[in-house]
Write a protein that binds this ligand. Structure first.
Ligand SMILES: Cc1cc2nc3c(=O)[nH]c(=O)nc-3n(C[C@H](O)[C@H](O)[C@H](O)COP(=O)(O)OP(=O)(O)OC[C@H]3O[C@@H](n4cnc5c(N)ncnc54)[C@H](O)[C@@H]3O)c2cc1C
Length: 349
């Protein structure tokens, strides 16, 4: 694909680097930006965020990025420097800036791993439980769980999640063998995959639950998985990625209106988003607590049902939503919230 540059529009003269523009939401964003006149750079990697020290924050200020086209897509893949008032890191779990600035806080109690792959020809439920309807299937001893996500083109995404020690450390380093053993360990999955063919590769992820100490600094913001990732259990990843992008966008628009690209301005959205994530994190802890049952909990505390449903559908910012955790804390060792660090408030002149 070539860089896209179309007719004049609201983004005339602007450069957009769209991460993940090969398909799906990313491709649609790239097309829309180009339609509005932006010069859209695709098939490229941001290799560096340009940073400089600042006297107003302990973390550096971002001034732009270095981007390099994928060598297979172009003959001209010379690194290109692009200046920007705000660099928004949306690099997913690559977490370019959070890693560089050492901002990642792993969740000490959620030390999980996952092995996953796609299968062709796996059994599918009739509509409406077909495409996109995620199934959660428990392993025999309830020491792990599988997701089973039917996708278009007769593909199903299958992945197991369990403790790192059980899935990685105590195994022989052969992901295909481990995944097959785990499938045999999940009685409800075996018939579903009877006629299915594995489409390599098998992906292995571990220690994927983390949050960043800060959501922004001078001239930079972290959104989506680049800011934090909880656990795949409640499929909250896409929701939180989109929500953080929406909330951060408001802070960026205001930053341009006020010509204020300071850390406090760009961090404005972070605390509410982080509070919502911490509520979902408590539900994740409840799920992994042995002998805890959401069914039994809501039967014993029927008043909590509405809050539970709201949390699961992403209505995590509603006042009173956290009332559910008072009764839950009697049967689940719920974690303390991981605080989001506030940036220093600049001294007024
Ligand atoms: C197997 C699996 C199943 C999942 N299932 C679900 C689900 O059912 N529901 C759900 O809500 N969530 C699910 N998630 C989580 C969800 O995919 C993520 O939370 C969500 O995609 C985060 O969006 P994002 O835009 O922050 O990051 P991503 O979707 O990861 O997008 C980041 C993009 O940035 C690109 N990139 C990275 N580094 C650079 C760089 N240096 N330069 C340029 N581009 C770069 C990457 O290639 C990628 O395309 C799943 C995750 C996995 C791994």
């Amino acid at each position: 694909m070539h860089d896209r540059q179309h007719m004049a529009g609201r983004l005339q003269g602007k450069v957009a680097i769209v991460t993940g523009s090969a398909r799906g939401i990313g491709a649609a964003i790239a097309a829309l930006f180009a339609q509005h006149g932006a010069h859209v750079i695709e098939n490229a990697n941001v290799t560096e965020v340009l940073l400089e020290l600042t006297s107003t924050d302990s973390l550096p200020r971002a001034k732009g990025v270095v981007v390099q086209k994928n060598a297979q897509q172009t003959t001209n893949n010379k690194p290109q420097t692009i200046s920007a008032k705000v660099v928004i890191d949306a690099t997913g779990t690559s977490a370019l800036l959070a890693k560089k600035l050492n901002l990642k806080n792993p969740d000490p109690k959620l030390r999980k791993a996952s092995l996953f792959a796609q299968y062709k020809g796996a059994s599918r439920d009739p509509n409406p439980r077909d495409t996109g309807a995620t199934l959660v299937l428990s392993t025999k001893d309830q020491d792990g769980w599988f997701w089973y996500i039917p996708l278009p083109d007769d593909i199903v995404s299958v992945g197991v999640v369990g403790d790192i020690d059980r899935l990685i450390t105590s195994r022989n380093g052969n992901p295909e063998k481990t995944l097959n053993e785990e499938i045999q360990n999940c009685p409800s999955l075996i018939p579903r995959l009877k006629n299915a063919t594995l489409i390599p590769p098998i992906h292995v992820l571990s220690d994927f639950s983390y949050s960043s100490k800060r959501c922004a600094g001078e001239g930079w913001i972290l959104i989506g998985d680049a800011f934090g990732f909880l656990d795949p259990m409640y499929s909250s990843g896409v929701f939180l990625a989109l929500k953080s992008a929406e909330m951060a966008a408001d802070a960026v628009i205001e930053a341009f209106q006020k010509n204020d690209f300071s850390a406090p301005q760009l961090s404005k959205w972070g605390q509410p988003l982080s509070d919502g994530m911490q509520s979902l994190r408590k539900l994740v802890y409840a799920f992994y607590t042995k002998d805890f049952s959401f069914g039994r909990f809501t039967r014993e505390h029927p008043q909590t049902k509405k809050n539970l449903v709201d949390l699961l559908i992403g209505n995590v910012f509603r006042p009173g939503i956290n009332d559910i955790f008072d009764p839950m804390s009697k049967s689940v060792p719920l974690p303390n919230s991981i605080p989001l660090e506030s940036p220093p408030i600049p001294q007024s002149a």
